[in-house]
Design a protein around this ligand. Structure first.
Ligand code: CS2
Length: 483
């Protein structure tokens, strides 16, 4: 293949052995960890190729295998797109078709690391670190540990095989946007394992490392334009091509007892404690994203960049970044204002067509760490609570509006949320702001008690929800910014 304008034009990596299983080979993985691992092996050879596992989709697995698992990453630079070929994956496996090869790969001593990007809803672990017995995959896998279907079940089945064979375990790296993702996954995996075999649970607790990570690269879903650009730049059809922004960041807690690729030589930052970076990213980037997504949906903005091109909207986002920054303790060596300014520039990137609808998905999974946790911290400073309340009010308004426009058979589907049925049932026909808030704030295991009990928060949300429902997004933004 010929890849113009790239340093690694046409060069496939030498095919060394696999050392990593990655679970969840969607666009984000292909734009992020696959690229870091490719660059790490280019900088320092090693048997760190990736076996890619898809939990649900079989299409991407077939597309990748049909082309030797190399794929194009289109980076959308201000002066036009550039294509890179990434060849860090050796082959891909569809767990939904047959989970046995996945477990076999996990049991292979050559595999020393398992990385994960499956999105928040696939974990099935609650905030206290216990597995959720009403989560479909958890429920299924607790009863069928020999043929698991979900993330936690597959990890535990793989670890069990290693323990039974007297092997060392692999290191497990969550790369999803969850707070303290390594700690959370560790707790969930141990809880699950203990329920099928207490000895296994203890072995995992003693021997398995779960470093936390902060991952960042804005990667919209691929579109016809992505595939057309890939073909134009490379001369080849590539159904596994993805597009992404030039920026990329990976902060990793250094805890790899059995080694790791030279990710640091590919630009990753290895640190002792990732949590402050995770909080910063979740609250400032992802929190602002959710604000843009919900207010943007109500205001008729299809893409993040369109919302950011509106001055008032951009001011609102800048205000939210300040409020989110105020909810955190300072991070040595990092200026939150500079970080926020950089985020604003990334959100404005006119080359990136990131749909507000995509970010708006799965709100019940995203809002707790992006909005509720910082809002709880800001209850003592109500003058900086407004944008958090506006984001939650906009989510409520989006839920209400989408259900209103749908017939009853479609109502849950249109919400695009794992708790859609709970939301539809709780909302009923209520159209009035206070009733909508009261119904949805009390969904089980969701909003922290401190917020639920706060009259200040309740009033702040209800006032904004009324404005959004009666006068629309532009008016609500103007009010938020009014002195
Ligand atoms: C976004 C993230 O869809 C979303 O919820 O906020 O996918 C975001 O683009 C990434 O975390 C950026 O690193």
């Amino acid at each position: 293949m010929t890849y113009p304008d790239t340093p690694d034009t046409g060069s496939d990596l030498p095919m060394a052995g696999a050392g990593i299983v990655h679970i969840g080979i969607g666009a984000f993985h292909r734009a992020h960890q696959a690229v870091y691992t490719h660059d790490a092996m280019a900088a320092e050879a090693g048997d760190w190729h990736i076996i890619g596992v898809s939990l649900r989709s079989t299409e991407i697995v077939d597309a990748l295998n049909a082309q030797g698992c190399g794929f194009s990453v289109i980076e959308r630079h201000p002066d036009g797109p550039k294509a890179r070929k990434i060849t860090s994956m050796t082959h891909a496996v569809a767990a939904a078709r047959d989970v046995a090869p996945v477990i076999a790969a996990l049991a292979d001593p050559a595999i020393r690391i398992v990385t994960i990007t499956v999105t928040e809803k696939a974990y099935g672990i609650d905030r206290s670190g216990k597995v959720q017995h009403d989560h479909a995959a958890i429920k299924h896998d607790l009863e069928n540990i020999d043929a698991p279907s979900g993330l936690v079940g597959i990890l535990v089945a793989g670890l069990k095989r290693r323990k039974d064979a007297g092997l060392r375990p692999f290191t497990i790296v969550s790369c999803d946007n969850l707070p303290a993702n390594g700690h959370l996954l560790r707790a969930g995996v141990i809880d699950f394992a203990q329920q099928i075999d207490p000895g296994l649970g203890q072995w995992i607790a003693e021997h398995v490392s779960f470093p936390s990570t902060m991952v960042d690269r804005i990667t919209p879903a691929a579109t016809a334009q992505t595939f057309a650009d890939a073909k134009r730049l490379t001369g080849h059809d590539d159904p596994a091509a993805i597009e992404t922004e030039p920026f990329s960041q990976w902060v990793i807690e250094d805890g790899f007892p059995d080694g790791r690729p030279a990710w640091d030589k590919a630009g990753a930052i290895l640190v002792k404690d990732v949590e402050p970076y995770e909080l910063m990213k979740l609250r400032m980037l992802n929190g602002s994203h959710s604000l843009i997504a919900y207010v943007g949906q109500l205001g008729g903005y299809r893409y993040v960049r369109d919302a950011m091109a509106n001055d008032m909207f951009a001011k609102l986002v800048a205000r939210h970044m300040e409020n989110a920054a105020a909810s955190m303790t300072p991070l040595p060596g990092i200026d939150f204002a500079d970080y926020g300014a950089e985020l604003v520039a990334r959100f404005r990137n006119p080359e990136i067509a990131h749909e507000t609808r995509q970010i708006a998905m799965d709100g019940t999974e995203k809002l707790p760490q992006r909005i509720f946790a910082p809002a709880l911290q800001m209850l003592n400073a109500p003058e900086q609570l407004g944008t958090f309340a506006l984001c939650f009010a906009a989510w409520l308004a989006v839920m209400r509006t989408r259900i209103n426009g749908a017939d009853s058979s479609e109502a849950a589907q249109t919400l695009n949320d794992p708790r859609a049925e709970d939301i539809v049932a709780a909302l009923g026909d209520n159209q009035e702001a206070a009733a909508i808030y009261d119904r949805l704030a009390h969904l089980q295991d969701w909003m922290p008690e401190g917020l639920k009990e706060s009259a200040v928060w309740r009033e702040a949300v209800i006032a904004r929800l009324s404005l959004l429902l009666l006068d629309g997004a532009d008016h609500a933004i103007a009010q938020e910014l009014a002195p």
